[in-house]
Write a protein that binds this ligand. Structure first.
Ligand code: 3PG
Length: 414
């Protein structure tokens, strides 16, 4: 075990030759309006770990998730398997089952060098519940699958902030390691979290509002974030908390997603740290089928807010110019629609023109940076969105904690 930096086992600590390995990855990918995967960064990144395991003589069953129940991007992993096959140097079989007879028979039949991709773990109710590892170790998922494998490898850094059974159950019952991607993320981000140059600005956007509120509750009191610039859905929450009239269409979206319950927490953050939280001063919406930018007084139309406006980009850009470190997570608008990528693009262009050290999380920002041709000017891309900021905020990550527990538990089993 590399005790100097990591306190869990990595792939270097095990012999994989002839072993059946259960590999948890995070290939949760953006899905466009036509139902196609619009960015394959995570798939490409995990293929490297799979290829290394195959080269080391293992057979690999890949365990992953896509979306959340009820969301538009909640779907099977069939399309992922086709893309993964392009990057994996072995024939890959997709099994539309997770731990039922079909999956178990396919796993039992695996030969050295074989790779199978199991079905979206979140199709199964147990996977959607966060509980302590001791409970997750007793789920049917773990009971049925663990006996079929010699080793469990978790490469899913991007989901390491979740306490789901596919992440925390297996390390409790079998020898387990962090995969190569997860190891690299933890090693790099550890060097950053031990001291980022100030002022440090966080730009938080995207759709995962509860996660972002929770992170702000850590980043602002600890002083890790000198300023937080809000975009996307979380900015609508804070605008409502500031008493701004976002319009009935945006209110309906917020209500539909159950986000208004977060208002008291947003109000409390504004009360205590309001001068360090910035919200949009103008927005983009739809009018007669086209992008329409308006100041806050014009927000009440029939279409919801879809992006930040030019005035906000300018105000945020002025802040980014003063920063020494910028951490950005999530797009600024509804980028699935090309009319609303402008805000995210403009922020990225501004960021790369500053001298700040930039760290970006999540697939959306990476794919926009690549399309804009500025990706090579970004300091670091994490595969994680929420996981990346959670790690940097110093909060405990259940899937990493349990790898440490596992290393103690299975010390002599390597
Ligand atoms: C992500 O994309 O951030 C991870 O896959 C985790 O997804 P989740 O927020 O739905 O748990």
């Amino acid at each position: 075990m590399r005790r100097d930096t990591l306190s869990f086992y990595t792939m270097d600590n095990f012999v994989f030759n002839g072993k059946k390995v259960l590999l948890r990855v995070d290939i949760n990918s953006p899905i466009d309006k036509a139902g196609m995967i619009s960015d394959d960064t995570r798939i490409r990144s995990h293929a490297k770990t799979i290829n290394e395991l195959i080269d080391l003589g293992a057979s690999v069953a890949v365990l992953a998730h896509q979306g959340r129940p009820g969301d538009a991007d909640f779907t099977t992993l069939e399309a992922h398997s086709k893309i993964l096959q392009k990057y994996v140097n072995a024939p890959l079989k997709y099994v539309d089952d997770l731990f039922g007879p079909c999956a178990r028979e396919s796993i039992k039949a695996m030969k050295q060098g074989d790779v199978i991709l199991l079905e979206n773990a979140r199709f199964y109710s147990e996977e959607n519940v966060e509980k302590v590892p001791e409970v997750q170790a007793k789920t049917f998922l773990v009971k049925y699958l663990a006996p079929l494998f010699s080793l469990y490898v978790n490469d899913a850094f991007a989901t390491a902030h979740r306490g789901h059974p596919s992440l925390t159950g297996f390390p409790m019952v079998m020898p387990s390691a962090g995969g190569r991607l997860l190891e690299n993320e933890v090693e790099f981000l550890s060097t950053v979290s031990s001291g980022s140059s100030k002022p440090c600005i966080f730009v938080l956007g995207g759709g995962k509002v509860p996660d972002s509120v929770q992170l702000m509750e850590t980043l602002l009191p600890t002083g890790m974030a000198d300023k937080v610039l809000l975009t996307g859905l979380i900015s609508h929450l804070f605008m409502i908390a500031q008493g701004k009239r976002v319009g009935h269409a945006t209110m309906k979206v917020m209500e539909g997603k159950g986000l208004n319950s977060l208002l008291p927490r947003a109000e409390s953050l504004l009360k205590n740290y309001g001068e360090r939280i910035m919200t949009p001063i103008d927005v983009a919406t739809l009018r007669s089928g086209s992008r329409y930018e308006t100041g806050l007084s014009g927000m009440g139309g029939d279409a919801p807010i879809y992006d930040i406006g030019e005035g906000t980009v300018k105000a945020y850009c002025d802040e980014l110019k003063k920063a020494k470190t910028v951490m950005m997570r999530g797009p600024a608008g509804f980028i699935e629609d090309p009319r609303f990528t402008k805000g995210s693009e403009a922020l990225l262009k501004c960021l790369v023109a500053t001298s700040a050290k930039s760290l970006l999380g999540g697939g959306h920002l990476r794919s926009i940076s690549e399309k804009l041709g500025v990706a090579d000017k970004i300091g670091y891309f994490s595969t994680g969105g929420g996981a990346f900021i959670t790690f940097l905020s110093g909060e405990k990550m259940p899937a990493l904690e349990v790898l440490i527990t596992s290393a103690q538990k299975f010390k002599s089993d390597r």
